[in-house]
Design a protein around this ligand. Sequence first.
Ligand code: BG6
Length: 526
Amino acid sequence: MSEKDRPAETTLETIVEGHVTSDTVSPEDCLLESPPDPCTIVIIGASGDLTSRKLIPSVYNLFTNNGLPDPFLIVGCARSEISTDEFRVKLRSSAEESGHDMKRWSEFEPRLHYLPISYDSEGSYLELANFLRDLEKDVDTAGNRIFYLSLPMFLYKITAQLLGSAGLSAENVGGNGWSRIVVEKPYGSDRASAADLDRSIHENFNESQIFRIDHYLAKETVQNILMFRFANAIFEPIWNRNFIDHVDIIAAETLGVEKRAGYYEKEGVLRDMFQNHMMQLLALTAMEPPNDFESDAVHNEKVKVFGALQPFPTDNVYGNLVLGQYGHGTVGDTKVQSYREEEGVDATSLTPTFAMMRVFVDNMRWQGVPFYLTSGKRLGAKLTEIVIRFRETPHSMFRDILGDDISGNILTMGIQPEEHISLKFQTKSPGAKVCLRTVTMDFNYQQGYDGPTLAAYEKALLDCMNGDQMLFWRQDGIDLTWKFLEPVLEECEGCSDRDERLKTYDAGSWGPVEAAELKKLLTMTR
Ligand code: BG6
């Protein structure tokens, strides 16, 4: 034993438990790495909801937690002809409305600037380049810039191209430092459009400059999946087809389509949630341990999972998939209208707002283990979780007394709203008679931790400033997930009985009854 590992004194703990690692770092030490390089965040499409609801609050929180570089600037660009002062007033009132602590807002506000632009005008981007250079004369950000595209997808290509022709994508020349572009999903609407989009962004930005954001990846509990699986030696040996019966991945929302009908009508739940967030949750659950905890190594393992997805049986799509659309109903105490009655939605819309799909990963670890992916809007509760259902005991010595009904263990990784990990197992019920009861051992993520946390967009922005692409998509993953989903979409959208296949469910319920029936049938007949 080295001097370093030798216990300072003999205690009950060192005798009983030997070497135990304990928390040696304070919560504040874990919150942030060293501040990133000084930079300017340019939000293109800054008049949208995302800016006031997510981006500015995230940057402000980073600022109040001392997580931002010094100096930094934010430049909002959009079509509205407003001044920087008006932009600041607008953002201040939305921050106030959403209950932010405004104590340090007056220090933060001077860093916000605004420039009206026309998204498809070359002149606008030349003007932006001059605007940035002028601002950077007084505030030395070393010309480092993030261009955050908060725009409808059809504007991504032209924006990337015009940023390039205005000289804004070039790095370390003409007063530029590093230059990064952040694109939000959807990354295309099928395989070809995703590839086309990527090709055109690559005309001006190279791969290390492109950050394809998926906010699910930056959620604390989603990041924790890899820690949980690979920093604990006891789970890996049972994390496979020999011990696991099936896996449920659920992302349920109570929200409806809100004000996004224009986008959602075209996308539906398969493009909106499955091609991205659900696939990432699946990959994190199913992937092999990477050699290093490093961006490319992690991406390589995820891509192997996407590549191993068993092609969806297109001759029997609905034997493995249920699509639904919400009708009216009650969510919590509130009566809500049906999807077709929502503002901007076609009264005969066939866009699915719910899907349950059975997926297999064709490799040694997972052969024959079904993954049930379920996501929907206007369901009974907001709930995202991954549930690992273990096989039942191979031989029950209690069969004569208790029959066959001893359920397998269940491990749940709760992503939101409750961030927890729980394990269900059987124990003896107290008393003379032999009875079993299922009990739950529960770890709440905030347990024993009262320090500050980083919301998903805060972590994503910080990683982008640090140039770390681990929690972003890589294009080969996007390509493979489209390759898997495209035949399903073609089949569902092209079939003649599309309307019969779309099952209506009551808002506030847990989806169409057909989903529960299919799940039961599939789990029973395996
Ligand atoms: C977005 C989808 O990516 O994720 C939305 O476009 C969905 O439709 C949202 O509501 C869900 O995110 P979260 O973090 O609330 O689970």
